[in-house]
Design a protein around this ligand. Structure first.
Ligand SMILES: [Zn+2]
Length: 184
């Protein structure tokens, strides 16, 4: 499994060329991508993923989560995300066909804010956000509580359900509804 950034390393061929030419591999030791049923989850440091997993405390929902195979931190995060996606779809009563989106897990909110600035060219103090144009959620590992995670996934589900994006205020109401009811 290719655990390096897929964007930087699109093909094994390119990887081999770099290796043969003695170029360095632009892949921090633990950077990786996890494929869950609904999301492609990217992180650049395993310690960020661990932190994200620790912060994402599921409380009473824990016993309902089906985990695949082993119980690595990668599997645990994938299982939690898929569970939250399904819970949010049920809460909103919106089931987009073949839902697939991306998640980026950053170590802290400054990197989240940097990505927001890159996409929207403005400064914000957000701890997480969803970009409809990239169909991608940006989280910071130290602010990854269940409500924050569910809120952004509320945006994902709403955006992917409608053919025409709902107005921003309605989008926000749906995300807030998902956040409030994820633990029901
Ligand atoms: Zn929102």
């Amino acid at each position: 499994m290719n655990r390096c950034f897929p964007i930087l390393m699109p093909a094994l061929g390119a990887w081999l060329v770099m290796l043969i030419m003695g170029g360095f591999v632009p892949c921090p030791a633990s950077a990786a991508v996890i494929e869950s049923r609904y999301a492609q989850i990217t992180y650049s440091d395993l310690k960020d993923l661990r932190k994200f997993n620790d912060e994402l405390y599921m409380g009473k929902l824990r016993s309902q989560i089906r985990q695949r195979g082993s119980d690595t931190v990668e599997d645990e995060v994938a299982a939690k995300i898929d569970f939250i996606v399904e819970k949010v779809m049920a809460v909103l009563d919106m089931f987009p066909a073949n839902l697939k989106f991306s998640i980026v897990i950053h170590g802290d909110e400054s990197q989240v804010q940097k990505d927001f600035k890159r996409i929207y060219h403005i400064d914000v103090d957000y701890i997480a956000f969803y970009s409809p144009s990239e169909n991608k959620v940006f989280y910071s590992a130290d602010n990854a509580n269940l409500r924050v995670v569910a809120h952004e996934i509320g945006h994902v589900v709403a955006e992917n359900y409608f053919t025409v994006s709902p107005p921003q205020r309605i989008h926000e109401l749906m995300a807030q509804f998902a956040e409030q009811h994820v633990t029901d």
